[in-house]
Design a protein around this ligand. Structure first.
Ligand code: WT7
Length: 589
């Protein structure tokens, strides 16, 4: 597959479509400076920087107030348009409300909601007020929500009446720092207020924000192999990278209709679902409904989407739905299609070429990097299966960590850890309350991603896998520890080990191995009960889909579960180095 190259499509369409924003890769890199990227931004009147100002008010001030910021498609067929000027006013109201409530610089504001306009207003209003916006995935169950609300020390939460009743209300006693809950569609509930009634009472104008580039702006939770979720903290300066990558990779320009299918509960839904497109003057298409192949094709056609950013799991689901579903549609408006979050199969790239007349462009980045780092560009050949090449301004390498804490750079076709030369504007500045874990991400001036990869002699990067035990299911990064902890709360469970196993559509699905306490016996009923138990606590996106009973779990001598070995056994792979396995000495003796 590495040898297959797809010619840049724009050449054949040059007369119909605008020129790509990045044309000559080598010269774009050579001539690049972050200072010039920073100069693309408007900046605040007092010399500061604010993400929401760049995303919304700047567009209004430059005469695009009447342009659409959002086309919102409701689950039940509703369609709403919101202009940049309206979004500026609504986010001003939210910022004013925060200020009146005594919230400001550095205070965390969380949202637990699906794809609704209020989420945009909350995000942008929080940023204007200098608060830190933190989205939570609405499919999380009460356990992951409690952990994240507590760790973020959120003072205010915006959610819906249903999510509040089901998942948050019972936690209020555990969350003393959570002063206020606003409901987008309610208000009568105990301990919560109406979002809309409160905003109505606020002024829709306010002075320009006073944030500095290094002020905290965004908090995104992500997972590691062990321990509680990590809160990756980003600053306002990140918008330099959001705007730049939106332009150079997604090829966005003012007036584009842009659809990012990612859920705003995760970093893609914020960096590329809100900030990058608005900072480039595009119109967001936001669909509240869940995936449905026919609905998606209809949206692409009816809303005349120009740029589409989605995930490999969605691509595989579209492939599964069959080419017929796509056939009757006109995708003539589509200029660029890209994906992120997990490996994009070469078949997906080629399938797109057949159905849409253009390939999906794979991109790579992480919660911690804040913005796209490696990409296939509109003007460049796509090598199906490759994540592409580093952005201008980004130096990527494959390295091997040394025992002394340093890192050595490896050459072409050598497998190692994907690393990026620190720093760039959207690099995370901290893991909230986890200074030691933050430091472990860096060596010899490199940020180490935890991904294993190679690059070829032409500088294209190829994904190999993760160097740790985190699971990627439907594009969502899940920490095994969080799932194991939930299972351990069940009275029958003595030990639990959780891994990802390959799945043709979701990439990986979550599988649990459970050892029972002595007075409990494996049964089909107990298996179902445990899966149900986990679903209630963790939510369907995080709970194990499969569960096997085992007599005991392989552990290291220090007592850590060897998930690598569980995975090897499950998949019939070589077990690798077992020297640290508990009982290894006896076995070898
Ligand atoms: C992890 C980061 C990227 C923002 C959304 C997810 C995996 C990401 C690719 C890709 C193969 C990919 C990596 C990475 N990943 N992009 N193009 N090919 N794997 O952010 O939740 O922090 O996940 O997603 O393993 O480390 P995240």
């Amino acid at each position: 597959m590495a040898g297959t190259m797809l010619q840049p499509l724009y050449k054949s369409l040059a007369s119909l479509e605008p020129e790509p924003q990045l044309i000559d890769y080598a010269s774009a890199r050579a001539g690049f400076s972050w200072a010039a990227a920073r100069a693309e931004l408007a900046g605040l009147p007092d010399g500061g920087l604010n993400i929401a100002w760049e995303a919304v008010d700047r567009q209004v001030n430059e005469g695009r107030g009447d342009a659409l910021a959002l086309i919102w498609l409701g689950k039940t067929g509703e369609r709403r348009e919101i202009s940049y000027a309206e979004l500026a006013r609504a986010s001003n109201r939210f910022a004013n409300l925060l200020e009146r409530s005594g919230l400001g610089k550095g205070d965390r504001v969380c949202v637990l909601a699906g794809r609704v306009p209020e989420l945009l207003v909350t995000a942008l209003g929080s940023l204007k007020a200098g608060a830190v916006f933190c989205p939570l995935f609405s499919a999380f169950g009460p356990d992951p929500i409690r952990v994240r609300l507590a760790k973020s020390q959120a003072r205010l939460l915006v959610t819906t009446a249903l999510l509040y009743q089901r998942k948050v209300q019972a936690l209020r006693g555990d969350l003393p720092e959570l002063e206020r809950v606003l409901l987008t569609d309610g208000g009568g509930e105990t301990g919560a207020d109406s979002f809309h009634a409160l905003l109505e009472a606020e002024a829709d104008h306010r002075p320009a924000p006073r944030t500095r580039p290094e002020d905290s702006a965004l908090l995104h939770f992500t997972s590691g192999t062990t321990g509680t979720p990590k809160g990756a903290l980003h600053v306002h300066e990140a918008v330099v990278a959001h705007r730049l990558t939106g332009r150079l990779v997604l090829d966005l320009r003012p007036g584009d209709r842009y659809w990012c299918t990612a859920d705003p509960g995760w970093v893609t839904g914020v960096s590329y679902g809100i900030i990058a497109p608005l900072a480039n003057g595009a119109t967001l298409v936001m669909d509240e409904a869940e995936f449905d192949a026919r609905r998606w094709y209809a949206i692409l056609e009816r809303e005349r989407v120009n740029v589409w950013y989605t995930a490999p799991t969605a691509v595989r689901m579209l492939m599964k739905a069959g080419a017929d579903a796509a056939r009757s549609h006109d995708f003539g408006a589509l200029r660029f299609m890209a994906s992120v979050g997990e490996p994009l199969n070469p078949e997906g790239v080629l399938w797109a070429q057949a159905v849409f007349g253009q390939p999906f462009h794979d991109t790579w980045w992480q919660t911690e990097t804040g913005a796209i780092m490696i990409a296939n560009y509109r003007s460049q050949e796509v090598r199906p299966g490759s994540m592409g090449r580093p952005l201008p301004g980004i130096e990527a390498a494959i390295v091997r960590r040394r025992p002394d804490g340093g890192a050595d750079r490896l050459g072409p076709d050598q497998e190692g850890e994907l690393a990026l030369r620190a720093a760039w504007p959207s690099l995370f500045r901290a893991y909230l309350h986890d200074e030691a874990r933050y430091r472990q991400c860096f060596a010899d001036g490199w940020y180490l991603s935890g991904d294993l990869a190679t690059h070829d002699a032409d500088g294209y990067f190829w994904f190999v896998g993760r160097s740790d035990d985190v699971i990627k299911t439907s594009g969502h990064l899940i920490g095994p520890f969080e799932v194991e902890s939930a299972l351990l709360e069940h009275p029958a469970v003595a030990e639990a080990g959780v891994i990802g196993i390959p799945d043709p559509v979701a990439g990986e699905i979550i599988k649990a191995f459970v050892a029972l306490k002595p007075d409990h016996a494996p049964s089909e009923r107990l298996r179902k009960e445990l899966i149900g138990f986990a679903r209630t606590r963790l939510g369907p996106a995080v709970a194990p889909r499969e569960l096997d009973f085992v007599d005991d779990l392989p552990k290291t001598r220090s007592g850590k579960i060897m998930r690598r070995l569980l995975r090897a056994r499950e998949l019939g792979l070589p077990a690798g180095d077992l020297s640290t396995l508990e009982g290894a000495d006896e076995a070898n003796a």
